[in-house]
Design a binder for this molecule. Sequence first.
Ligand code: ACO
Length: 435
Amino acid sequence: MENKTVQKGTATLTVNSKTVELPVLGGTDGPDVIDVKRLYAETGMFTLDPGFTSTGSCESQITFINGEEGILLHRGYPIDQLAENSNFLELVYLLNYGELPSKSEFHDFSRDVTEHTMLHTQMDRFFGGFRRDSHPMAMMVGAVGALSAFYPDAMDVKDEDQRRISTNGLIAKMPTIAARIYKYSIGQPFIEPQNHLSYAENFLRMCFSVPAEDYKPNPAIIRAMDRLLILQADHEQNASTSTVRLAASSGAHPYAAIASGVASLWGPSHGGANEACLNMLREIGSVERIPEFIARAKDKSDPFRLMGFGHRVYKNYDPRAKVMQATVHELMQELDIKNSPILQVAMELERIALEDPYFIEKKLYPNVDFYSGIAMDAIGFPTEMFTVLFALGRTAGWLAQMNEMTVDKTQRIGRPRQIYTGAPFRDYTSLDTRS
Ligand code: ACO
């Protein structure tokens, strides 16, 4: 990657009567940053920033978010335009290779992905080792990590060809893995991929076809599935993406690094929120009970939070939530689902929360997970599969970010420091002298 930051000035820091000048760097858009790389060498001190609220970890040219204004761009293109006009595979290409593909580039890329969707047959036996009632994300962490045992020849991330093989191969195999996890959890036989179908339709078919009957989805379902993948494809340096970058910074196998992203995504504060959100909407159950849950969300002595609300970066409406909301309405209309109680609760909850001083003051708006669970539910997935679907989309971003880091000459193994507050030096005492 060609580094493009420009020095815009310096920041002066005086500490212990020593003054250091730190470069202030600017990018294409977004806040300038103070480059503290030399701080330790010059002052013997680190910065402390748990949760990375004020810390950038890298330069990136993939995704830009303006959280105050609710803007999300991939390689400069706004998410709503991509969701409306593009498709997931094209977005994968854009994220990973930097530009929208030409017709022939898209043709070749789609063929490369389509022709690598099958899994090694030994992989199928691997699934049989899990309990049928395992959480799908537990199986996904294991299965994606196991890919490195089945495809060890795409290990050298410094080699451009091997990077392409592991990138396109993982995009190809993730839907097959996700569908197998679903089939295994419901005790149905695995369905093999079909090359003539689109990415989204092939995945849906592997999930919902049975040998006795082929699945022919409504086009609205295919569109909604593709849009879900697009909306979840990348979101710059979030927890799972940072996890992937950190894991890969040691030179780990790309499939192992992506498995670490799957693990990080699982948590309810991150990708697990869509599952938690739909469970919450079901628990609320009716519009009459909303005030009770709003009160709980505001009560500091109650750990309950309104799932699908709030975001570390967005202090405005998450632009993905807007697209997702429109997609849900379209889906409900096409599937002729009238008076969905969950959708009614969601819309009323959103209305009430957006008028509530607590949510206004803290700038808590719906995030992408608020509506994505409703869409996945309408498509036919059980809640436990929601985060797996999220991982399917986010794999595009994880790979793009990992590959970008690999060719960024300024990147080294990720190694944060700490402030130590444990016991000071002390001598070991033998067990028989301890009371
Ligand atoms: N419901 C009620 N109060 C909330 C919520 C919520 N959903 N989110 C934040 N707050 C309050 C906090 O209690 C805190 O209040 P305080 O300042 O009085 O202590 C304040 O808003 C700031 O919250 P933090 O937790 O400090 O914000 P942070 O940026 O660390 O967390 C997060 C962001 C994790 C997304 C949070 O808003 C949350 O837990 N939301 C619910 C889970 C969720 O929807 N996650 C999906 C995130 S999007 C994604 O991963 C795709």
